[in-house]
Design a binder for this molecule. Sequence first.
Ligand code: FES
Length: 163
Amino acid sequence: MSDSPAPLSQAPNTPRRTFLVRIIQGVHATIGATLAFILGNAVLSPSLAKRKSLWLSAADTAALNDGEPVAVTLRVARQDGATEVVDRRVVFLVKNGDQVRALDSTCTHLGCRTRYNAEARNIECPCHGGIYDLQGNVVAGPPPHPLAELPTRMDGSRVMVQV
Ligand code: FES
């Protein structure tokens, strides 16, 4: 007969051992649930959070000339944790008759701010030579897409832009 203790798997199931196993399983389950909650929240929250869309007053139509883009800076306030951050977003308002389009001035290549060239009558990116026409379409250079267009509507004589 040997004096060595029986392996754990063959050890008698005493109430004390059962109690300790349950405690350890409980701790594991608590740690697992906590990690799942933290990771799930980090992954799902941003995608599930509803982004509020805002209509901002951009300009009066009296200040716009047909076919002549006007750069307007919109101030967009957003919550970043406990602080409020104000982003500045520049859009080109392009009036054609009674229709006004809003083009985001951010170049679709690498995100530089574009500018209107009144002599050449196009919108140019100073970073890598991207050129857009007045409808925001790419004419030359590396930009892969037209300038993004933002929804607009009229409120009396005011042009409202949705950001
Ligand atoms: S960022 Fe505008 S062309 Fe490269």
